[in-house]
Design a protein around this ligand. Structure first.
Ligand code: GSH
Length: 297
């Protein structure tokens, strides 16, 4: 059953989101390798269905909650924003899982007004980004108080400690220690899953997802790694999200099958607006991962 009032409100919000979307030329996929495989639509009708299926994905997700219309990408033709003018800017790319960590943290703490998103087109990067903002020339980076900080793990912690909003680390020292263990383990988790793509992920990635399943059993005061939503979730979920989509689509492997805690985790996570608004475009992701991890070189 549908609720007409909610439906028309949703229509209005979605319309608002679509109207405010940047012109197509300002919005491009972030990686060269993938853009070669995507044909951009030419006809207006194609343009709108393209909007709905891919480009406006995040805007549509955002439209279902508190509205945040995503700003257009900065590319090689864009003037820089007024740098170091006191505005706090989070440089991101909407398809980057590392940037997503900081983006989720910012959203969860309710910092949408305090920290402005500044999306960088990684395929066609503005020169000023490397020269004036972040010499590493990667995303994410945060411009705050006259300095620029990079590295997603540092940023999750920095945003959590230096801004208002709910704390993403509990006071409980046992939980804090477990958070550190999990964050330290992340690179091993990533390597194990990605290595399995070249072989048989159904057999080889199982242990990595079992690790998540076991970790999720540690605290029973909530569905997340530390019970309540925390830094650990912001660090892991962008990657779990991508692995779930890719393994299901390409290997027909359901990472939640036989892992009830992981299934419940993802179900609960998908109820969190701060996260939902940051989710990647699954079509983009599958194509990108296929090109990156499966193409024979
Ligand atoms: N270790 C970095 C990795 C960030 C990263 O690799 N970002 C990618 C996008 S997902 C990037 O900016 N790539 C551009 C490049 O490597 O030139 C972090 O955790 O922030």
């Amino acid at each position: 059953m549908t609720c007409p009032r909610a439906g028309s409100r949703m229509t209005a919000l979605v319309t608002k989101a679509l109207i405010k979307l940047p012109p197509l030329h300002l919005y491009s996929y972030s990686y060269k390798t993938v853009s070669r495989h995507f044909k951009l639509p030419k006809a207006a009708s194609d343009y709108y269905s393209f909007n709905l299926s891919t480009r406006s994905y995040s805007a549509l997700m955002a439209a279902s909650a508190i509205e945040e219309v995503l700003p257009p990408y900065f590319d090689a033709t864009s003037e820089p924003p007024p740098l170091f003018d006191g505005t706090t800017r989070l440089y991101v790319n909407f398809q980057c899982p590392y940037a997503q960590r900081a983006w989720i943290t910012r959203n969860y703490k309710g910092l949408q007004d305090e920290i402005k998103l500044a999306p960088i087109d990684l395929q066609n990067r503005p020169a000023w980004y490397k020269e004036k903002v972040y010499p590493e020339n990667k995303v994410p980076a945060l411009e705050h108080n006259g300095k620029v900080i990079g590295e997603s793990l540092d940023l999750v912690k920095y945003i959590d400690s230096n801004f208002e909003g709910p704390a993403l680390l509990p006071d409980d020292p046992i939980k804090q220690q477990f958070a550190e263990e999990m964050i330290n383990y992340f690179e091993t988790f990533l390597k194990n899953v990605i290595t399995s793509f070249k072989g048989d992920p159904v057999k080889e990635a199982g242990a990595a997802f079992d690790y998540l399943e076991t970790s999720l059993q540690k605290f029973d005061d909530g569905p997340f790694f530390l019970g309540q939503f925390s830094q650990v979730d912001a660090v892991y979920v962008p990657f779990i999200e991508r692995f779930q989509i890719f393994l299901q689509e390409v290997f027909n492997y359901d990472i939640t099958s036989g892992r009830p805690k992981l299934a419940a985790y993802l179900e609960e996570m998908n109820k969190i607006d701060a996260y939902k608004q940051t989710k990647c475009d699954p079509k983009y992701l599958v194509q990108f991962y296929k090109t990156r991890f499966l193409a024979s070189s």
